[in-house]
Design a protein around this ligand. Structure first.
Ligand code: KIV
Length: 285
């Protein structure tokens, strides 16, 4: 069992073996992620779409995040856990501190993540000043889906690349311990990675970042539809559907449960019971 990574160690892990991050939302997923040896588990507000069935992350609340993060912490006590601050919980420094403080204390998270650049700098600085490790998130930031006009690749023009770079530098100077780069061209992500001193974690950002993160359901093939950047490394959906279909057939055919999967009592005990209640013998078995 390897040691749980700290925010301090994460910050220093730039330029070494690429960091492996995965999202998880419950005890079982967290156990699997820890057993697989990932570096960091992200309890993402993508729980809203993957688990809760919403079409965006906007309905996700702080209570939802706290609930899911406590399940994950129990399943993966030895893995660094980063928890998302959900929509509108960090619009000013005071709110950010109160809400991130609750996540840290109630879930035993190792760090929080929030979306945005210079516009959330006050919040980031306040958290870092009060010893709460912060992960930044730039590029396609799902909580801004309405402003972005959909889930579109970002930083494709010279001005928007400069903007992203300034945001990345400002967040780094504010003391973040890592930066998630989502949905941006590979060359842009590679350049930002060279320009800042903290690890970049890519999702839909090419393979030159300091690490990668995938949504659990996309990674193991549970999602019915995949974004272009996501590769399923297992086919859990087919495996589960096959198993459920075989279960249905076996129940309908009365081949499940068979003798091996049933409990038994001795003939003697059964005969005794039978004659007690019917005052007859022998029993029909
Ligand atoms: O919520 C989430 O899962 C995320 C990742 C996609 C980076 O923020």
């Amino acid at each position: 069992m390897s040691e749980r990574m700290t925010a301090h160690a994460l910050k220093g892990a730039k330029g070494h073996t690429p960091l492996v991050w995965i999202t998880a939302y419950d005890y079982t997923q967290a156990q699997l992620a820890e057993e697989a040896g990932v570096d960091v588990i992200l309890v993402g507000d993508s729980v809203g779409t993957t688990v809760m069935g919403y079409t965006s992350t906007i309905p996700v609340t702080l209570d939802h995040m706290v609930y899911h993060a406590t399940l994950v912490r129990r399943g993966a006590p030895n893995t660094m856990m980063v928890v998302d601050l959900p929509f509108l919980t960090y619009t000013n420094a005071q709110d950010a501190l109160k809400h991130a403080g609750r996540i840290m204390q109630d879930t035993l998270a190792d760090a929080v993540k929030l979306e945005g650049g210079r516009r959330v700098l006050d919040a980031v600085e306040s958290l870092v000043r009060h010893d709460i490790p912060v992960v930044g998130h730039l590029g396609l930031t799902p909580q801004s889906v309405h402003r972005l006009g959909g889930y579109r690749v970002q930083a494709r023009t010279r001005d928007s690349i400069k903007d992203l770079l300034e945001d990345a530098r400002a967040l780094t100077n504010a003391g973040i311990c890592a930066l998630v780069l989502e949905g941006i061209p590979d060359r842009v992500a590679a350049f930002v990675t060279q320009e800042i001193s903290v690890p970049t974690i890519g999702i839909g950002a090419g393979n030159q970042t300091d690490g990668q993160v995938l949504v659990f359901h996309d990674c193991v093939g549970l999602s019915p539809h995949l974004p272009k950047f996501a590769k399923p490394f297992a086919d859990a959906r087919t495996a589960i559907l096959t198993g459920l279909g075989q279960y249905r057939e076996a129940v309908q055919a009365r081949t499940f449960p068979d003798d091996d999967h049933s409990y038994h009592i001795t003939d003697k005990e059964w005969q005794a019971f039978w004659s007690d209640i019917t005052h007859r013998s022998p029993s029909p078995s």
